[in-house]
Design a binder for this molecule. Structure first.
Ligand code: NAD
Ligand code: UD1
Length: 339
């Protein structure tokens, strides 16, 4: 079986490609490299001793997609390609809707023209909106979104639901990720953000390795146990396994929505303390004002994925932090030196 992985040179994509290759899928990666790395895929090949077909290009390029579908007998598409920085999306809404929304539209058009109707889409827990009660469960309606990134995820979900309603050949998995962290246990691939990291885990790792002086903890007056925000962090290898598992749900047509999280919430201070214990590295931090748009606490009800896919997050917090540190220590500047 051949899987087209858009955005497969990025963080979650590269880890998923490893797991797809390990279980015997053929993989074709389409990535524009706007935020991904060719080196990541070289390392995927080293880890798996298998080859990846790589096509550098844009998911909005319809003629290119048509050529890809004509050249390879693609059975399903895992669609990671997109832009993901929330703050940047507020400043550049057109770029975000163009890549995330228009990109998904063009991809679906090319798939339909080629007779490929199986798609796994990278959605986000953000689609539940700020007012949803925790834990988030798939039966809840989508909520309001406060930024173009979140809106684009919600819109693509709607697009795929409408497609499935109109044509029963479509089989759609909407995977709502919680907070992926960690890296492949080899320490060869991991998260490599450009510039100043927006997210907590890469920031902690860059402070620990000496690239940044200290972490700002955004707010300690939330209504949580220690006053800092609580999130459901899951290992990127578990997330990758979730994509492999979700391909099996494509035996049934229709829309399949799954939360991919651990079901456990962890505070920012607990993340720092546990990282320090596990790695022996200190992470200097100071308490800073709240970040606009942050929600105090959310985590997944991950029961549906367990019941229907036989998937659950198997790797614990210490393993996530150890693996993050191995990657960061071995690659203090990410893939940069070889890009
Ligand atoms: P990433 O930036 O590392 O990977 C995205 C990949 O898509 C990159 O390699 C980039 O070069 C590629 N890409 C971007 N625009 C493209 C285009 N127009 N054509 C072709 N390729 C393009 O991000 P990630 O963390 O691996 O996230 C993957 C997906 O999961 C994204 O859709 C993201 O929105 C979604 N997601 C991520 C998180 C998270 O916390 N990382 C959470 C929820 C959802
Ligand atoms: C953020 C996005 C979310 C997106 C997700 C994955 C916002 C408001 N939300 O989620 O839409 O799906 O990333 O890309 O941007 N923190 C610090 N200091 C830091 C960084 C983060 O204290 O330097 C705190 C945050 O306030 C938050 C927690 O750490 O409480 C996790 O932050 P982050 O990793 O950015 O994830 P989310 O906010 O959950």
């Amino acid at each position: 079986m051949s899987i087209l992985v858009t955005g497969g040179a990025g963080y979650i994509g590269s880890h998923t490609v490893v797991q797809l290759l390990e279980v015997g899928y053929d993989v074709i990666v389409l990535d524009s490299l706007v935020n991904g790395s060719r080196e990541a895929l070289h390392r995927v090949e080293t880890i798996t001793s298998k080859s990846v077909r790589f096509v550098e290009g844009d998911v909005r390029d319809r003629p290119l997609l048509d050529r890809l579908f004509a050249e390879y007998a693609i059975d399903a598409v895992i669609h990671f390609a997109g832009l993901k920085a929330v703050g940047e999306s507020v400043e550049q809404p057109l770029a975000y809707y163009d890549t995330n929304m228009h990109g998904s539209l063009v991809l679906c058009q090319a798939m339909a023209a080629a007779g490929v109707y199986k798609i796994v889409f990278s959605s986000s827990a953000t689609v539940y909106g700020p007012d949803a009660p925790v834990p988030y469960i798939e039966t809840m309606p989508r909520g309001s979104t406060s930024n173009p990134y979140g809106s684009s995820k919600s819109m693509v979900e709607q697009l795929l639901m409408d497609l499935s309603r109109a044509d029963e050949r479509w089989s759609v998995s909407l995977l709502r990720y919680f907070n992926p962290i960690g890296a492949h246990p080899s320490g060869q691939i991991g998260e490599d953000p450009q510039g100043i990291p927006n997210n907590l885990m890469p920031f902690i790792a860059q402070v620990a390795v000496g690239r940044r002086l200290e972490l700002s903890v955004f707010g300690d007056d939330y209504s949580t146990e220690d006053g800092t925000c609580v999130r459901d962090y899951l290992h990127v290898m578990d997330l990758a396994d979730g994509h492999v598992a979700s391909l099996s749900s494509h035996r049934q047509p229709g829309v399949h929505i799954f939360n991919l999280g651990t079901g456990q919430g962890v505070s920012v201070l607990k993340m720092i303390k546990t990282f320090e214990q596990v790695t022996g590295q200190s992470v200097p931090y100071r308490i800073a004002p709240r970040r606009e748009g942050d929600i105090d606490a959310f985590w997944a009800d991950a029961g549906k994925a367990k019941r229907e896919l036989g998937w659950w997050a198997k790797r614990g917090l210490e393993e996530m932090l150890r693996d993050t540190w191995r990657w960061q220590k071995n690659n203090p500047h990410g893939y940069l030196s070889v890009k």
